[in-house]
Ligand binder design. Sequence first.
Ligand SMILES: Cc1ncc(COP(=O)(O)O)c(C=O)c1O
Length: 378
Amino acid sequence: MQRPIDLRSDTVTHPTPAMRRAMAEAELGDDVFGDDPTVNALEERAAALLGKEAGLFVSSGTQGNLVALMAHLARGQEAIAAFESHTVMDEAAGHAVVVGASVRTLQSSPDGTMRLDEIEAAFRDPSDPHEPITGLVTIENTHAHSGGRPLTAAYTRAVADIARAHAVPLHVDGARFWNAVVALGADPRDLAGPADSVTFCLSKGLACPVGSVVVGTRDFIWRARRARKLLGGGMRQAGILAAAGLVALSDGPDGTIGRLADDHANARRLAEGLADLDGVESPGGIVQPAPGRLDPDRITTDFVVFRVARDRAAFLAALEARGVLMVPYPHGAIRAVTHYGVEPHDVDATIAAVRAALADTVVVGAPTGTAHRPARRA
Ligand SMILES: Cc1ncc(COP(=O)(O)O)c(C=O)c1O
């Protein structure tokens, strides 16, 4: 059977041939003793690229964010974060369960930012014994729930300035940090510079099989390393995984940062094709607040979020039957993510499959017995 066109996430990527070779040949040690040369090289490379003192290889983006929260926050403190952020919505409340911290959530704007005046107003009064003590601000770049919007270095600096005025650090959940770098044409050191710590994922658009890296000061990374150990995240011959990360971050033709531009172009191509289809609509919410047609101009990285004027589950099933996978997204929307392994011809096949799945699926609100009944397949 032909492999489906899998647009559920950029996490479904398989390693490149160069990564597989590097993994097979990786020089290994025991990373808990600190002597796995490949892990050490990856951590140094990541720190250098983002202009930080040190790095830490972790198993996932979730673990990266969690060790950062553990390193920054004391029990009973509070972080300021967007309501629609991964740390708040999608990390099983690790901040509460493990760190013992609360989160003060703010609404995001359609450009993925939290308003600066609202961030300023969200700080607690440390002289009031009733209130938790604000200990961290976190932002997400790219911001997934606004449709993968990249946040600029200027915005990051503005948030860091507010945090610093309250003597509080800034953490960036940069699961898709490199998508932001590529979309903005930014220098990664400028984008990471204002932050005290950044997590970025290797196993999303960069196409590595496993892992993320956290970067920050040497002192912060020491605390994050302890936190990783507490979580059982100290891995031994982890160089076999880190080797793929080194390929991803390399300058040569095997590096996978530059090719993220292809994912962004493919996402744009997909959005333009979908926008032309009757039955594809604006996803609403903060992704595209204005109702009406899907606006391809809102697609700037690898996410395409849209809504269908159909029963969503039935539409997704009809799409799957045609060999294309997408996922439900908040507020009744659907998400497709482009990534390594998805080529322009796959995008064109996806647009054709969406057209056919729309024709196969009942229009929401249509009386039964109309021409919109699912077509019988031979
Ligand atoms: C914005 C964001 N942060 C963090 C993560 C967590 O990454 P992982 O799935 O590697 O734990 C994700 C995963 O999709 C994400 O989208």
